[in-house]
Design a protein around this ligand. Structure first.
Ligand code: 1DF
Ligand code: MN
Length: 351
């Protein structure tokens, strides 16, 4: 242990954690029912069959912490020096629900519940709107309500919705609402869809260990190559886990993408206005959730720029005081560290 963790900026910056999860009881009961009925996909069955039912220490403590937006969470923030937490409904939110009325209700009630806690602790909590992309027009309205009435500062979507990706034109109302509010979209992992999960599940690698990252990396890449940022040049998309490995891949992605576009091999791969690296540097924001590792953090700052990397803890899934200290101890200038821990979040969430 290198130093004590305190809130209040004793090291020259506040700590704003940007990918922090909560759950509602209704949400967990809904997943449990779907798992029991056999109506959940393989990913929800794997993820929530575990967290909602396993007697293991990991599952029981995480479930208890997800359900708390009160005393315990604030104490854990105090104990690890977290000044403010950007909260979002845990994955996959309302996205697996096939009954639209039920999906809208679950999302709306989660937003109202979060808004109450954010209002009660405005100095500690920041909220993101949850939506039900299976109803894109309703989701657009909920994004406006979140921004205008609930004081939320961004929108979180838990990657694919029943196997569909946000580059599909039907989701356009969501992007129009994001543009109208000027809010960022956080694409958070969820279990890969049935069409992708097979060989991952077989090896026990479908979750946060690997499957999450691969699936969100694909999602972001699909959005970029479909031209989302040519259509919405002001849109900012956030992803966690050090950019879900895209910064590390970017040289090869750009090389092969350009070669493929030139060859006209796929009708869906059209020329873009910029390189994919340029989009990462103008429209993508990356958080350090789950990746408290100096080489990866400094590499990503170098690739996308120090204004585009933000601290995240991923409470309660990855709650370790020593990971906060890793960020504090980074061998980077204080001004850069302040951007990482505080001011980039203030800028991009418009706090
Ligand atoms: C896990 C990890 C679950 C993350 C999450 O939400 C999550 C996990 C259901 O470990 O199973 O948000 N994460 O972002 O790393
Ligand atoms: Mn997370």
């Amino acid at each position: 242990m290198s130093h004590e963790l305190k809130t209040g900026g004793d090291r020259g910056y506040l700590r704003i954690a940007t990918e922090e999860a909560f759950a509602t009881r209704e949400q967990i009961d809904c997943y449990l029912r779907m798992v029991k009925e056999g109506s959940a996909d393989k990913g929800v069955t794997s993820l929530w069959g575990f967290y909602a039912r396993s007697p293991s220490e990991r599952a029981t403590t995480i479930l208890e912490r997800l359900l708390d937006l009160g005393e315990q969470r604030l104490r854990h923030m105090d104990e690890t020096g977290i000044d403010r937490a950007v909260l979002a409904l845990t994955a996959p939110g309302a996205q697996p629900l096939t009954d639209l009325e039920e999906a809208r209700g679950l999302a709306r009630r989660a937003n109202d519940y979060l808004a109450g806690h954010v209002a009660a602790h405005q100095d500690r909590y920041i909220g993101m709107t949850t939506v039900a992309p299976q109803d894109p027009v309703w989701s657009a309205g909920e994004i406006l309500r979140g921004a205008r009435e609930l004081n939320f500062k961004g929108v979180q979507i838990n990657s694919h919705t029943q196997g569909e990706y946000l580059d599909h034109p039907k989701f356009d109302p969501i992007f129009r609402a994001l543009t109208e509010t000027g809010q960022p979209l956080y694409i958070h992992p969820s279990s890969p869809p049935d069409a992708m999960i097979g060989p991952m599940l077989e090896a026990g690698l479908d979750g946060a260990v690997f499957g999450f990252g691969v699936e969100v990396g694909l999602h972001l890449l699909r959005l970029i190559t479909s031209g989302i940022f040519d259509r919405y040049p002001d849109l900012q998309i956030m992803v966690g886990h050090m950019g879900e490995a895209l910064p590390f891949w970017i040289y090869r992605i750009d090389y092969m993408h350009q070669a493929t576009v030139r060859s006209q091999r796929y009708a869906c791969l059209r020329p873009l206005k910029k390189t994919i690296l340029e989009y990462l540097r103008s429209n993508v924001l990356i958080t350090t959730s789950g990746m408290a590792w100096e080489p990866a953090i400094r590499f990503t700052q170098q690739v996308v720029g120090e204004d585009r990397v933000m601290y995240a803890m991923d409470y309660p899934y990855q709650f370790h005081a020593d990971e906060v200290r890793t960020h504090d101890n980074l061998d980077i200038p204080l001004a850069t560290k302040k951007k990482l821990m505080q001011s980039n979040a203030e800028r991009w969430f418009r706090l």
